[in-house]
Each structure stands twice: as structure tokens, then as C-alpha cells.
Design a protein. Structure first.
Length: 306
């Protein structure tokens, strides 16, 4: 019994430094991915799935890299776990008080991060169907931090602890689903956005498709099309799900979502769908991504999947 109690006290001594160390590694990793994302480069990864996941629609939230939020969350865990340890031993009372305040915050933070990472693992397996070592590592880090906050101190009111964990988990899950729903699909449909959208795109995008779609939008290119047009659907399939939201698509059908029929009719060169307008040049019909890249002066990666 005494030996077991001694081992438990040992866990209490090193739990905070361990949480701080794990959170530091997580902050460095997500910080690296954020810089890579903002620079438009690909992250170093031994498997192909990393680029697919890190350039997917789930990698950005309202145009901001998800890794930036992850980095801030890890840094918060570093501050909460290591902050009290920076106080001098002479200030034992102040340190103890600060530890008592930060332990519940550590538990809540670790719980939220673990639930969020768990949802990302679900998306990885069901939606993206790809392996991302960075995502798996981050999920492992959050699980370890959760265990350390749970076992790293003696919680007097375990019922309150369970209640906090359940509430935080539910709030995180609901907020995450809602956040992605708005970020990917846009706000709830308004009077101007009600209409037909056509069949859902099923192909997945690679980094090259996403980069090309963003480039076309930046240079002012336009794809005039209609939701019922099979060739327009073929064009969207070439770009894939993730790149589709960046395509400079103009809906010309009157009963289509976000219809811009008047604009389509004002361009005499648009006699059929799809018709691309790129740098003053009109390209009728479904275009290969290589053709669109050459016409727009695209200089990014060209290893297109489709």
C-alpha cells in the first residue's frame, strides 16, 4: 500500500513537466505546418496522405489554417502547465494556489483538444480516407495530455471532474461540427442562394488541384456553367471536392444556386457550358487542368490527380 502511494506521488511530481513537454512538441509541429501552409509549400512527410489532408477543405477554417489554432491551443497548455513551476520555492503558497487554479483549466483544455482531435481522426477515416502522420501524432499528444491531467493529481471532487469533462466534450463536438459546416458549406442559405446545385462532386483533390483553383480565382478567371450541365460536372470532378470551393464558378441557370444569369447573358462569347474566360481568352467546353494552367500562367505544382 505504501509503495503504491509513493508511486502515485511520483506521478504527481512529473505530470506537469510531462504535459509541458508534450505541448511544446505539439506547438512546434503545428507551428511548422502553419508556416509551411502560409508559404504555400508542402510539408515534409514520408506518406502521400499528408499533402492530401493538409490541403483539404478541412485544413482551413474561415480561410485560416487549422494548424494555427492548434498551435495556439498547445501554447496555452504549455503556459498553464509550466507557468506555476517558474515561481521560486520560497513562494510555495502562491505556487500551490496557482497550481490549484490551473489544474482544472488543464483538464478542460486537454479534454477539448482530445475530442477535437478525435473528430479529425473520424474525418480522416471516413471522409478523406488518407493517413496523415502529423494528425495522428497530434491526436496521440492530446490523448496523453488528457491522461496526465486526469491522473497527474489527486482530484477531490471526481463527480465535478466528470461533469466538466462531459460538458466540455459535448461543447467541443457541437462547435466543431457547426464550424466545419459553416466554413465548408457556407452560411445558412439565404433567398439569393436558394436553388439547384447539381450532383455532388465525388473525386478528391490533391495539392495541385487546390493550388490551381486558387490561382484561377486570384487572376480573375471565370467558369460559366449550369448545374444541369454534364460537362460542367465533369470539369468540377477534375478539380475535386476540396478545390471546388475555390473555383471561380459562375452559375448561369436561372434556377441555380447563386444564379448570375444576367452576367452570363452579357458575355456574347458564352454560347455553351462550360465556357472558361482566362486572361481575356475564352475556352469552350471541358478543359484539362494542364490547359487551364498554361492559359492562366500558373507556376505551381502540376501533378494533377485527374
Amino acid at each position: 500500500m505504501g509503495r503504491r502511494r509513493k508511486e502515485t506521488r511520483g506521478i504527481y511530481r512529473w505530470s506537469r513537466p510531462a504535459i509541458g513537454a508534450i505541448a511544446t512538441v505539439g506547438a512546434l509541429g503545428t507551428g511548422y505546418l502553419t508556416v509551411i501552409k502560409l508559404m504555400g509549400n508542402d510539408a515534409a512527410c514520408p506518406v502521400k496522405g499528408c499533402d492530401q489532408v493538409l490541403n483539404s477543405a478541412y485544413a482551413d477554417v474561415f480561410g485560416i489554417p487549422l494548424t494555427l489554432f492548434g498551435c495556439l491551443a498547445y501554447l496555452s497548455m504549455v503556459a498553464l502547465s509550466l507557468g506555476p513551476l517558474l515561481l521560486n520555492k520560497e513562494k510555495i503558497k502562491q505556487r500551490q494556489k496557482l497550481e490549484d487554479i490551473t489544474w482544472p483549466l488543464l483538464f478542460i483544455g486537454a479534454t477539448g483538444m482530445m475530442v477535437f482531435s478525435g473528430y479529425l481522426m473520424y474525418l480522416l477515416a471516413t471522409e478523406l480516407k488518407a493517413a496523415c502522420l502529423y494528425c495522428i501524432a497530434s491526436a496521440t499528444f492530446t490523448f496523453l495530455m488528457f491522461l496526465l491531467t486526469l491522473l497527474g493529481r489527486q482530484w477531490e471532487d471526481q463527480g465535478a471532474l466528470v461533469f466538466r469533462g462531459v460538458i466540455m466534450g459535448m461543447v467541443t463536438l457541437v462547435a466543431t461540427i457547426g464550424m466545419y459546416s459553416i466554413s465548408i458549406n457556407g452560411p445558412a442559405a439565404t433567398a439569393s442562394s436558394v436553388g439547384n446545385t447539381g450532383p455532388a462532386v465525388t473525386n478528391t483533390s490533391g495539392p495541385a488541384e487546390v493550388a490551381l483553383a486558387k490561382h484561377l480565382k486570384e487572376v480573375g478567371a471565370k467558369m460559366y456553367g449550369a448545374y444541369w450541365c454534364p460537362h460542367c460536372f465533369d470539369q468540377k470532378q477534375l478539380f475535386g471536392q476540396e478545390a471546388k470551393k475555390y473555383m471561380p464558378y459562375i452559375e448561369c441557370a436561372e434556377d441555380g444556386a447563386d444564379s448570375q444569369t444576367a452576367l452570363c447573358r452579357s458575355v456574347p462569347e458564352v454560347t455553351g457550358f462550360p465556357t472558361w474566360e482566362v486572361n481575356g481568352q475564352f475556352l469552350p467546353g471541358t478543359q484539362t487542368l494542364t490547359t487551364l494552367a498554361e492559359a492562366s500562367g500558373y507556376q505551381g505544382p502540376t501533378d494533377f490527380k485527374h
